[in-house]
Write a protein that binds this ligand. Sequence first.
Ligand code: SAH
Length: 327
Amino acid sequence: MSAVSCSSVRATVAPKAVAKRDAAKAAKTAKSVSLATPAFAAASLTGPAFAATEALSQTADGVGVAVGGAAAVAAVGGLLIATDPNKRREDMKSSAGGDEAKSVADYFNSTGFERWNKIYGETDDVNKVQMDIRVGHQQTVDKVLDWTAGMDMNGVTVCDAGCGTGSLAIPLALRGASIAASDISSAMVGEAEQRYNAEVAAGKKAPAVAPKFEALGLEECSGKYNMVTCIDVMIHYPTDRVNGMISHLASLSDDKLVISFAPKTMAYSILKRVGELFPGPSKATRAYLHAEEDVEEALNAAGFKVTRREMTATQFYFSRLLECERV
Ligand code: SAH
């Protein structure tokens, strides 16, 4: 997930019926191909369903413009390559005093909190795009839960860095894990704590060790854990920062590391540029796509090997998920 400001644009990439069919196809492809980067990129180029993770937040705001079909997207993309995408990023960063992490925290403590709290919640007050993102994100969370389904989570220590409203941390805690859930946004992590308390108040069994919810940037997380998870956070940071983040997260984990990011493929890059063409009010964060080989290289350098890969793609949500183990 993530956000670039483009509140007035909706990138509808193809006529509805075709979009639906191809989205289903893309989702199916993503499900059945576990090492999917090249195949998925190709599928995306011929399908409509790749409104890149950040086009999604633009569209999550609502209203829009139609970009007609993949061919049109490619054509527009060609034009865009000549323009300068960094300028708007820099403008947005300077509005937060040049501090990337601060601008992300500010966003997730204000308009971003309102938007993502709804998307990651159960309210019906979401538009179709937001609903699609909710479904896609839940699929990512479910994949992590499936991967750990065979494990006895009682007493397993987990650091969920960038926990948001607790979509992953809460179910893991309710399965007995000892969780340190943290987020750079106090609003997001505060909501996670409230949701956890509500679950326990409603009768769910609390783990032996109560979860800890803290407002912390992931670089500030410390300690040693059996597992470290960081889901849909890397999209807010450029590659050079992501490398440092991965190596820090890796240093916290004795065993497993589960991380997701928006994959950098040609199709997603084009869509990202389409979104960047339409600046909206400055209420979102920059979004960065990452090449899987870069992420994997950073993981390997930090002493981890990738043991499982998944791609989740709905119409407006794209997330590559890697499970890694200490070598
Ligand atoms: N992992 C959660 C939330 C994803 S939304 C989930 O999958 O449900 C992205 C979250 O990352 C936001 O809550 C945002 O505040 C948080 N975030 C962004 N940059 C961060 C950083 N440097 N450290 C910690 N959290 C960060």
